[in-house]
Design a protein around this ligand. Structure first.
Ligand code: SF4
Ligand code: SF4
Length: 78
């Protein structure tokens, strides 16, 4: 089952492709249309590291958001 973890905000993303460059599992690719958000090639191969979000120059404007899939959210109750 594939999990979608990365969400782009087309209104804010400049298509700079920094997130593409820093993704260690190469699951993002530049959009053929210049200035548009990258294309997510392999959604289920994400390592959930969050590097794409932390390196985005538009970070505060939330051009890219990373959401951990629900089954992977851990919780401990004491
Ligand atoms: S999400 Fe951020 S790092 Fe990725 S292409 Fe858009 S502006 Fe650049
Ligand atoms: S969270 Fe990490 S592995 Fe997943 S897309 Fe972003 S940089 Fe790549």
């Amino acid at each position: 089952m594939a999990f979608k973890t990365i969400y782009f905000n087309e209104d804010v993303c400049t298509g700079c492709n920094t997130c593409v460059d820093v993704c260690m599992c190469d699951k993002l690719a530049p959009n053929p249309e210049q200035g548009k958000p990258p294309v997510e090639l392999y959604p289920d191969e994400c390592w959930f590291c969050g590097c794409c979000v932390t390196h985005c120059p538009q970070g505060e404007k939330r051009a890219i958001e990373f959401i951990t899939p629900f089954p992977m959210r851990g919780a401990f109750k004491m």
